[in-house]
Design a protein around this ligand. Structure first.
Ligand code: HEC
Ligand code: HEC
Length: 390
């Protein structure tokens, strides 16, 4: 009996030595990523979201530093595409809030994506877990695999003459640095590189990307409620905030007589995530094909970081990517024109086939833009945790 207990003790000790901070072979990984790359210890990916941020769709609690680090490598590695030409980071660019400056992004072999590449800011801090403009992925973990399987984006689709996702797993398994990195990230020797683990690592990485150091955040903590004028805002910014927050009061012709522009009903502060009940907003054409209809888009990225720190918009906006300036956004919402081919516009923007007319003055339009500009942070654009290791 004693002997068994002794042997068991040795086994437990041996097992413990392999988990937690256990030593893993990382020489090939360091050769691939550079001797300075932060593996031991990894960078700290824990969220520093302020207390007033309460919406969170992450399923598994905190982001794990090692899995997020592996996710960072995968996000920027062009080997995840069939011909080693495209990485996630090709379309989701850090300097542009992880979106793309093109209206439609270029994928494998010059093919274009069917919609604009969404900014990936505070993705987890939203009530709606579903991803993509049309919400077709149930949650982030399902989403991160889809670009790899997309025949235009990264090409492991398993259709036509393209190989399936399994061949990507085989490809990565043949690289010693990846077998080392997966063992290290999942805390176990000899882990299989499979779809589930690739998805997990990418999910940890993408859900760690956050931006909460804007002028809005500085102002919000100084007042009792978001509706109160912010002490650090200009008059224009405070007026723009009031317009953004308040719903319009309409007369019986659906013309605004007082109140605001009603943006906050769908883009909800302080996360500025989309209202899960939002219908489409009347931007209903196909990207790159104004004759075609695409009425299924009811998700928006957070309205934080629409503008970049240098003053221009980070990305062309909306799923069509044909809104190049914020003025055209305001012009659109000022009077959403209903179309007989699109009967699913949200009732806050049209009443049947009649537009809600906001009749925003030029001062009000400028104020709204001034407010949206206060939602831009700075750290996210250069933080090493989210930058390319290559
Ligand atoms: C060729 C360009 C391209 C590549 C490569 C690409 N994406 Fe995207 N991404 C897009 C486009 C376009 C959309 C919006 C598509 C849609 O809604 O139909 C999108 C949407 C997303 C979203 C949804 C965001 C939201 O708020 O709903 C996430 C997350 C995302 N991509 C992550 C990734 C990851 C992770 C990778 C790498 C595995 C990747 N993308 C590779 C173009 C790309
Ligand atoms: C009824 C809900 C609703 C209201 C009200 C609303 N939006 Fe939107 N907004 C959306 C939806 C849905 C999208 C994504 C539509 C698409 O791309 O097809 C969107 C997209 C946007 C985008 C583009 C985001 C990006 O990443 O490209 C901006 C900017 C925007 N809205 C600003 C505003 C402003 C400013 C107001 C107030 C004047 C407003 N919205 C009112 C639902 C709404």
């Amino acid at each position: 009996m004693k002997r068994y207990a002794f042997l068991l003790g040795i086994l437990i000790l041996a097992a413990c030595g392999r988990t937690g901070e256990g030593a893993y072979e990382l020489d090939a990984a360091y050769t691939y990523l550079g001797a300075d790359f932060p593996l031991e210890p990894p960078l700290d990916y824990s969220s520093t979201a302020p207390d007033y941020i309460t919406r969170d769709n992450r399923l598994d609690g905190d982001v794990d530093n090692r899995k997020a680090t592996l996710g960072r490598v995968l996000f920027y590695d062009k080997q995840l595409s069939l011909n080693n030409s495209i990485a996630c980071g090709s379309c989701h660019i850090q300097a542009h809030a992880f979106g793309d400056t093109s209206q439609q992004s270029v994928g494998l072999d010059g093919g274009l994506t069917s919609r604009q590449s969404m900014r990936l800011v505070n993705t987890r801090f939203a009530d709606l877990p579903a991803m993509f403009w049309d919400r077709r992925a149930m949650q982030l973990r399902d989403q991160v695999i889809q670009p790899i399987k997309d025949h235009v984006e990264m090409g492991f689709s398993g259709t036509g003459d393209q190989p399936s996702f399994d061949s990507l797993c085989t490809k990565l398994s043949a690289r010693e640095y990846y077998t080392q990195l997966f063992d290290w990230a999942f805390g176990q020797d000899g882990v299989e590189i499979n779809e589930q683990r690739i998805a997990q690592a990418l999910e940890h990485f993408v859900s760690s990307i956050e931006s909460f150091d804007s002028k809005f955040d500085e102002g919000l903590v100084q007042v009792a409620a978001v509706q109160n004028p912010f002490l650090n805002y200009t008059t224009a910014e405070n007026n723009g905030k009031a317009l953004f927050l308040a719903p319009p009061e309409l007369n019986n012709q659906n013309v605004r007589t007082s109140g605001g522009a009603g943006c906050a009903g769908c883009h909800r502060p302080p996360e500025f995530d989309i209202d899960p009940m939002s219908g489409n907003n009347g931007v209903d054409k196909e990207a790159g094909n104004p004759a075609g209809f695409d009425t299924t888009n009811t998700r928006s990225p957070s309205l934080r970081d629409v503008f970049g720190p240098n003053g221009g918009v980070n990305t062309p906006m909306m799923h069509t990517g044909n809104f190049l300036e914020f003025t055209t956004i305001v012009e659109h919402y000022n009077e959403v024109i209903p179309d007989v081919n699109n009967r699913t516009v949200d009732g806050r923007l049209v009443r049947g086939l009649t537009s809600v007319k906001l009749e925003l003055t030029s001062t009000e339009r400028a104020d709204l833009e001034a407010f949206i500009r206060t939602l831009t942070g700075s750290n996210m654009y250069s933080d090493e945790r989210w930058s390319t290791p290559f």
